[in-house]
Every structure is written in C-alpha cells, then in structure tokens.
Design a protein. Structure first.
Length: 282
C-alpha cells in the first residue's frame, strides 16, 4: 500500500513559509479551483493547508486603507460591512459559483488561479489593490496588475505565500459596480465582465476606474475610457468602442467569438458605469 502524501496545516504564517522553503509543497485553501484542476479524488504531492491560519482570514481597516486576508472566503466578503467603493467586489462574490463554492472559495485562491475570467480581479483592479507575499526572506508588496502576468501565470516565487490583499485608503472613495455576462445567471464562466468605481461631484465625474475581464489574457483597466470621463457629465453614451477596443484582445472559444465579446464589453461598460453613477442604463 502506498503511503499518503505529507499533509501540513499550520496555524501561523511563519510556520507556513518555513515549510515552503522546502521543495514540492502544494498550497491548498478552499480547493474550489485546485480539486477540479487535479481531476483526482486525492490531491497529489505534499499538501500545505493554509485554512487554519487565522491571520490570513478577515477584513480590517485602518488609516492606510483596507486589508483582506488571502484566505478570506467569498461568503465573508459578500456579508461584510464595506464602503460603497467595495460594492463591485461584493457583487462579484455573489456570482462566484453556487453558495457552496462561496462558502469555501477564498479571494487569494481566485487571484492565484489567475484565470482570465477570475471574478475577483476586475473589482480589485479598480481599487488599485496590492498583494502581499511572504517568505522566509521577508514580505513584499506589488500591484495586482503586476502580480497576474498571463493566463494561470503569477509572479509568486515557489517559496512565497500570498497572505493579504491591500486596498489603499484613496481607492475607498466613490461607488462600485459589477456586471458579468454568461450563458446563464449562475455557475458559469464569464463571456465578459466589468467592474467600475466612480466618483461624481457637482454633476461631473471626478474619479473613474473601470476594468474588463474575460476579454484578454488578463483583466485590464480601461485607461483611455477613464481619462475621457474625468470632468464630464456621467453619461454612459460618452463611452465608445474606439476607447475600449484597443485595450481588449478577446478570443474565440465555445462561449463566444471575439466580435461578440467586444460588443458585449462595450454594453457592459456602459451599464456598469450607469450603475455606479445611478443613471438609467441604455
């Protein structure tokens, strides 16, 4: 009879990173992505289960901004009392699979899986989020936009652990919104998705952060759209395909072709912007 693979469930971050300094550990938390990708009843290899590290769960706010532990479950994000700017992340959380998945799946796992259709990425991009990585060499931060470099590709070193996501205080202003298009309402991979965080004062847009997912190898901010909106009245019709298309590189797949994705992205951007500015979408 073959021996079971080693299993470790530390209670502190320092214990986890000490283990990761060795070779071969597979990090597990909610396992909602890990088990389907494994396609086996038992996870192979040494398993480092980080679900018992209390420091990596929960949401905290201080003068610097807001910190979400990487092992925080979607259920807890959806139910938390958060600023309106975080509404996009909470709306995205409601569409991460069924409630059973939301009860187990973690925000950090969603980011580390690095799917082009990861629901958590566009909202966090609009929040200028940073990720925090820990190893025996210390801790470092980087922008989420730099952390995810391609489909299933991240800049985490083998001995590093994603411990937290940080949202700066300056990004906690405005109203967040999120929309997702799929073949049905739930339990579906996105054809396109959009998150927005908008601030309006005296009838003019003073802050605009808009990100599109599932329309390229990584989710991306729409810098040209954001720049065009600043100082303008909050009219969704101001957002044009000419501003959006250069930032997108959609593919043809079983869910939709690239032309449909481009059209869907424009409609979703306009409607999500309207949601965030409390306008009636076209």
């Amino acid at each position: 009879m073959s021996q079971a693979a080693p299993y470790l469930r530390p209670e502190r971050i320092d214990e986890a990173v000490a283990a990761l300094a060795g070779d071969g550990w597979r990090i597990a938390a909610g396992c909602t992505d890990l088990f389907p990708a494994t396609e086996r009843k038992v996870l192979p290899g040494p398993i480092l289960d980080i679900s018992g590290i209390a420091e990596m769960r929960g949401i905290r706010r201080d003068a610097a901004g807001l910190t979400i532990g990487a092992a925080t479950r979607w259920r807890d994000i959806v139910r938390a009392d958060l600023p309106p700017a975080m509404r996009s992340l909470q709306l995205a959380g409601r569409e991460v699979g069924a409630q059973q998945i939301q009860n187990r799946g973690t925000l950090g796992g969603n980011l580390c899986n690095a799917s082009p259709a990861a629901d958590g990425v566009p909202p966090l991009l609009t929040l200028d989020a940073e990720v925090e990585l820990a190893s025996i060499r210390g801790r470092r931060r980087m922008l989420l936009a730099d952390f995810i470099t391609g489909p299933r590709q991240i800049t985490r070193a083998p001995d590093e652990l994603l411990t937290a996501i940080h949202v700066p205080d300056a990004a906690l202003s405005g109203q967040g919104a999120f929309r997702k298009l799929g073949a049905r309402s739930y339990l579906v991979i996105s054809i396109a998705m959009v998150a927005a965080r908008i601030t309006v004062a005296d009838g003019r847009v003073t802050q605009a952060a808009i990100a599109v997912g599932a329309c390229g190898p990584v989710a991306t901010r729409l810098a040209a759209v954001e720049a065009a909106l600043i100082g303008a009245s909050p009219d969704p019709a101001r957002i044009t395909a000419a501003d959006i298309d250069p930032a997108l590189s959609p593919i043809d797949d079983v869910r939709a072709d690239r032309a449909y994705r481009r059209e869907a992205a424009l409609t979703l951007v306009r409607r999500t912007f309207a949601d965030a500015t409390q306008q009636v979408p076209a």
